[in-house]
Design a protein. Structure first.
Length: 56
């Protein structure tokens, strides 16, 4: 995963935790944010690896 994607994912996780504490884990806002984070994780996890990552 690229550095920018990692930063965005970590920011999303932090926001999700804060929202969960503020609104409760079953609130529509938290569920929506969780689904958005899931989509972002799915996109970043399914990107092909760079050739540099194969070299060891």
């Amino acid at each position: 995963m690229e550095l920018l994607a990692c930063i965005v994912v970590e920011k999303g996780r932090k926001q999700l935790l804060e929202m969960g504490q503020k609104y409760g884990l079953t609130s529509p806002e938290v569920i929506r944010a969780s689904q958005q984070l899931d989509k972002l994780l799915n996109l970043t996890n399914h990107q092909p690896l760079n050739k540099k990552e194969y070299a060891s």
